[in-house]
Design a protein around this ligand. Structure first.
Ligand code: ME8
Length: 676
């Protein structure tokens, strides 16, 4: 059996799981299921990152000890994954005893193999507690006179000459470049490999790997001659989890699981933590004389309506369980189907590696078109036809006419080949796309072969038997193909088809329709994916988006039923001339408190005083980037009150729900110039 070892990042426990964490964990679960179905010896590890300054600070704020805090939050992650039907083989916590021992062993091993790689010096520089990372000014942004982290948008802390152990990272740029050149699959997808290669080519600075200003961490296992107590840098501690899980209880690095699984380890991560995984972690391992994992696969970021998911933006915080419950309300399987629908959407919508935007419109669109219409329909109508025209009418489906002639066997063969390659290469969206070609072909097959017509003509009995047999065979193949992504759907369908819902489902063979199966009357079924009508969509939306957020944004309303676009009526020139369009220059722009879509602008139209204009463009434009911009303003629109402010005009912008761009003029014309 080929080993397959997939890991997720271990998540910080200063927060509870949100859709972003669920995404990585669901993708890893899907890959683990795919490999298990193929008979690979599969391990899938997730867990929690429990040391460091961030946890210590959060605990202090809540009046808890760090240990109390982590003991409260870590189980929430474990439970969330359980409730979402995710089954890692192990859940590691960095406060586990064995992990702590292995981290100390790694330190000692580095010291033994390359004593000069760890040295004491003093660290001075910027530190983002959110990232638990050191930054140079060129890696930060300026907000007024403060340096802020570009990820957390919060001021960074100045660490003033803190005594610290340093790791000689600078020594490892060349060896890492050589490893990547020899093993291009070490960092995937390619855009992230290029990013790391150019980062390495720029040279590396040594890394501070211990802290003395707080104590919540694993102690450095050697004394500082000055007697200061050091804890190991939280990233050095956290990254080691991938290896420590495989190690024996005594904390030594080695043993049968390390030998078997470590060379196959794949770290699935978000792009935010690429550098830690693709530079620091392999450098520590090289220094300790240990083999590197097989590779790192980075995925992009989910945003929600254009904003990266974050604790401070409630509109972006989607609770995956709540979403699954909401999506499953109409289905007989409830949450289980909601989970499947969410998994499908997450994997289909955003190709692994790219960024993606979560919107309820696209979620409902895919649910109705691809799950209810394509898949749900095929399952329902096929099972009904097979039972009623076949078994209930005393006809046993048989391959008497030879299923090869139908053409669908070829589509099934190609689909299995394409989906296998795609899933092997982590191209989940592409794999699903090819599986859906077979599902749609299945629906076409039912339409084209019209078994209800064949059933009326006794001379077509052999053809009917073949058609029903082919349909059964297709359902078996589709059941296998969807199982890694839609586990509950596949399990339910498997039960209806075989009467053995608990049996292991295996990945289909290369010639899938030729695989033998037991011909039996399917058990009675119910539609699994009832369409989400407008009322249900609105109800799900209201459940998911907190009322204060919904009230604050014009956009965050229940998606309305899409009417066919209406072409505006023709107008005369006189109609057009009624519009007073003028060039304006933005003098000032500020966010409108509690309205995350609105900006309040002061716009110069060449009049005695600037116009006050409230515009719904905050999701697309940062206020500071608008100052000085030329825009086109509808200047004779009757003033109206918005969010307690008077708006004396309207700015032209492209797009409705998503603002794609502001209208502008391509040369500097005086404010107030009329646009015709
Ligand atoms: O970084 N879109 O933990 P963390 C996609 N403890 N994925 C997202 C996401 C989003 N908007 N938000 C979070 C840490 N993620 C460290 C890791 S590993 C040795 C230590 C996912 O709780 C994504 O996988 O901040 C990202 O890398 C991870 O959560 C960060 O989780």
């Amino acid at each position: 059996m080929t080993p397959f070892y997939i890991t997720t990042p271990i998540y910080y426990v200063n927060d509870v799981p949100h859709l972003g964490h669920a995404y990585t964990t669901i993708v890893a679960d899907m890959l683990a299921r795919f490999h298990r179905m193929r008979g690979d010896d599969t391990r899938f590890l997730t867990g929690t990152d429990e040391h460091g300054q961030k946890v210590e600070e959060t605990a202090n704020k809540r009046g808890l000890t760090p240990q109390q805090l982590v003991d409260q939050v870590a189980p929430r992650f474990e439970e969330a994954w359980q409730q979402l039907g995710i089954s890692p083989h192990g859940f590691i916590r960095t406060t586990d005893d064995k992990h702590k021992k292995v981290v100390a062993t790694l330190w000692r091993q580095i010291r033994k193999q390359n004593p000069e790689d760890l040295y004491l010096a003093s660290y001075q520089g910027w530190y983002c507690v959110g990232c638990e990372a050191f930054y140079t000014e060129s890696q930060l942004a300026k907000d007024g006179d403060q340096w802020v982290c570009t990820v957390h948008k919060k001021p960074v802390n100045w660490i003033d000459k803190e005594r610290s152990w340093f790791f000689k990272l600078s020594k490892y740029a060349e060896p890492l470049l050589a490893h990547i050149a020899k093993h291009p699959e070490f960092i995937r997808p390619e855009q992230y490999r290029s990013e790391i290669v150019s980062f390495l080519k720029g040279g590396l600075r040594d890394l501070s790997v211990s802290r003395t200003s707080f104590q919540w961490g694993i102690p450095v296992p050697e004394a500082d001659p000055e007697g200061l107590p050091h804890v190991i840098y939280v990233w050095m501690d956290a990254l080691t989890n991938y290896l420590s899980d495989l190690c024996p209880p005594d904390g030594s690095i080695g043993g049968p699981d390390v030998a078997k699984y470590w060379p196959h380890a794949i770290h699935l991560i978000g792009k935010d933590i690429l550098r830690f995984h693709a530079v620091y972690w392999p450098a520590f391992l090289l220094s300790a004389g240990l083999p590197l994992p097989k590779g790192i696969f980075a995925h992009g970021w989910w945003s929600v309506r254009g904003e990266k998911i974050s604790k401070s933006l409630p509109a972006t915080r989607i609770d995956p369980l709540k979403l699954a419950d909401a999506l499953g309300t109409g289905s007989p399987l409830g949450r289980q189907i909601g989970i499947d629908a969410m998994r499908y959407y997450l994997m289909r919508e955003m190709p692994l590696g790219n960024d993606g935007d979560f919107t309820f419109e696209s979620l409902f669109g895919r649910f109705n078109a691809e799950l209810a219409n394509d898949l749900g329909n095929l399952i329902n109508r096929s099972l009904t036809v097979i039972s009623s025209l076949g078994f209930d009418a005393g006809i046993t489906p048989k391959p008497s006419g030879g299923i090869e002639t139908s053409g669908i066997a070829e589509v099934a063969r190609k689909t299995v080949a394409d989906a296998t390659t795609a899933f092997e290469q982590f191209q989940l969206s592409r794999g699903l796309e090819s599986i859906w070609t077979l599902i749609r072909e299945g629906n076409r097959f039912v339409d084209a072969s019209a078994p209800w017509k064949l059933a009326k003509d006794p001379s077509k009995r052999a053809e009917l038997e073949t058609t029903l047999y082919t349909l059964l065979a297709i359902l078996h193949v589709i059941d296998k193909l969807i199982a890694p992504v839609l586990p509950s759907t596949a399990r339910t369908l498997h039960g209806w088809l075989t009467g053995r819902a608990d049996e292991a489902i295996t990945w289909p063979a290369a010639d899938p329709l030729a695989e033998p199966f037991e011909v039996r009357k399917p058990d009675p079924h119910t539609p699994l994916f009832p369409r989400l009508d407008d009322k249900m969509q609105a109800a799900i939306f209201t459940q998911m988006v907190p009322p204060d957020v919904a009230a604050g944004t014009a956009e965050a309303k229940p998606p309305e039923a899409k009417a066919a676009p209406v072409k505006p009526a023709e107008i005369t020139f006189d109609d057009f001339a009624k519009l007073e369009l003028r060039v304006g220059k933005v003098l000032a722009a500020v966010a409108v408190p509690k309205k995350d879509k609105l900006l309040h602008l002061q716009v110069d139209l060449g009049e005695t005083k600037p116009r006050s204009i409230v515009a719904g463009i905050a999701q697309a434009y940062k206020p500071e980037l608008l100052v000085g911009k030329q825009v086109i303003v509808v200047a004779n629109l009757a003033p109206r009150k918005m969010a307690g402010l008077v708006s004396e005009g309207m700015i032209l912008a492209a797009g409705d729900e998503a603002i794609l761009g502001l209208s502008a003029v391509d040369s500097d014309v005086p404010p107030g110039t009329r646009v015709r």
